[in-house]
Design a protein around this ligand. Structure first.
Ligand SMILES: *Cc1c(COP(=O)(O)O)cnc(C)c1O
Ligand SMILES: [Zn+2]
Length: 414
């Protein structure tokens, strides 16, 4: 019943069968899934999608699985929230938050890619799944892998946020904390993947895994009433999500679900790790690797695998990119919480802070419809706000103490 034709090299177009492979033997280009769009066009309609349950499998013809999904029936279809308070403050007509901070089961958009990767790992008959992670992927593979009954090897930089390490350990995977940054972890994992017959979700089955990110974009279109936004701001680590959001819009047009794609795609990164945005600002296609130094650890990839393709998408869509300081990230996390009641992790702070700069500079027009991709939950990076929040009032359990405090509060407010 599958709609995949095979794999194809993004660089030289050489074709490959559907196997757990990810790199072209001839030119070392990355492999990508190829679909039979004509067949999908004939079978997938808006009505059919809308008749299905609210999870990411409602778009399954456009995902790289052959059989029926076996799990993740509560992943995807996160809220698209109209952010009127924030829109008013920023002086922009229409603003929406695509809120993957409430993704099931691990509160980040990585649940989408892992759902698809594990479905594919099972089709390929792997019994062990693994990943190289900046935090959220570790959490998602640990959790979903536990439920699906896989053995799990999770590789992370040892310096990750404490809350993300604990969150992963709760599911009792084999957690390997490496003394090095993500790029070093990733290099080690490529060696491990060559030697052991495991499904490394973001290495040897990356072409399939990455397709899961498209569902973030499909949902934006469906939830906007089958149209694309004027602007979308996407946080970038490896640069995969941003390319897949763009691909999702183009595919929906390709199979006739929408008439046109008129969207500018904007990249958001932390200044302490902004190789993609730096290339965009300099107008070059070459990604210069950097050593990450930012509180946005989930985005701290100094040598992004899809960086070049990310710059191509931004150019093709006439978008741009912006980078923001740690202080701007913290301020944006607090602003989103204060205005819209949404607590996002540092990556979401990067998205909002970058969007604010893009609006001020006129790249995002005030009279337009913009979607911000909020990709993770603030409970995962609480230490980022340590010392940056308002303080609690400490009192004794006694009404008079409370009323003293209330007087102070009222005085401060007037
Ligand atoms: C992984 C991640 C991203 C970006 O991922 P890409 O590697 O660019 O696809 C964005 N936000 C969060 C919270 C993430 O964990
Ligand atoms: Zn090739």
């Amino acid at each position: 019943m599958g709609y995949i034709k095979g794999l194809k090299c993004r660089e030289c177009d050489r074709e490959y069968p559907v196997d757990p492979i990810y790199v072209c033997e001839f030119c070392f280009g990355p492999l990508e899934v190829v679909y039979d769009y004509e067949k999908i066009r004939q079978s997938l309609t808006r009505d059919k999608i809308q008749s299905r349950p609210h999870n990411l499998w409602r778009y399954r013809e456009l995902l790289p699985i052959d059989g029926e999904p076996f799990d993740a029936f509560h992943t995807g279809f996160t809220p698209l929230i109209k952010a009127d308070n924030l829109a008013k403050l920023l002086g922009i007509r229409e603003l929406y938050i695509k809120d993957d901070s409430v993704s099931h089961p691990t509160l980040s958009f990585k649940d989408r890619v892992v759902a698809v990767a594990l479905a594919k790992a099972r089709e390929f008959n792997f019994d062990t799944v693994a990943c190289a992670s900046t935090g959220n992927l570790a959490h998602a593979v640990s959790a979903q892998g536990a439920k699906a009954g896989f053995k799990r090897f999770i590789f992370i930089p040892a310096s990750l946020e404490y809350s993300k390490i604990i969150a992963s350990l709760a599911y009792e995977p084999n957690l390997i904390a490496v003394d090095g940054n993500y790029d070093e972890v990733n290099r080690l994992c490529s060696e491990v993947a060559n030697k052991y017959h495991w499904a490394f979700v973001n290495i040897n089955i990356r072409p399939f895994y990455a397709e899961g990110s498209k569902t973030h974009g499909f949902e934006i279109v469906e939830q906007l009433g089958w149209r694309t936004p004027d602007n979308v701001v996407v946080p970038c680590a490896s640069g995969s999500l941003i390319t897949k959001v763009w691909k999702s819009f183009k595919e929906m047009k390709e199979i006739g679900l929408i008439e046109k794609v008129n969207t500018k795609v904007f990249a958001a990164q932390a200044t302490g790790c902004s190789p993609i945005v730096a290339a965009i600002k300099q107008g070059i296609d070459v990604i210069k690797p950097v050593k990450p130094n930012t509180i946005a650890k989930s985005l701290a990839i100094g040598n992004p695998a899809d960086g070049f393709y990310a710059t191509q998408v931004i150019k093709e869509s006439k978008g741009f990119g912006e980078d923001v300081s740690d202080q701007e990230i913290i301020d944006a996390i607090k602003l989103l919480a204060k205005t819209e009641g949404i607590f996002t992790e540092t990556a979401g702070g990067v998205t909002l802070a970058s969007a604010i700069k893009l609006i001020k500079a006129g790249y995002i027009k005030k009279d337009s419809l913009t979607v911000l991709c909020i990709t993770g939950n603030g409970l995962k990076t609480q230490e980022a706000l340590h010392g940056h929040t308002v303080k609690p009032y400490y009192i004794k359990p006694n009404l008079s103490f409370f009323e003293e405090t209330l007087k102070e509060i009222n005085k401060a407010a007037s």
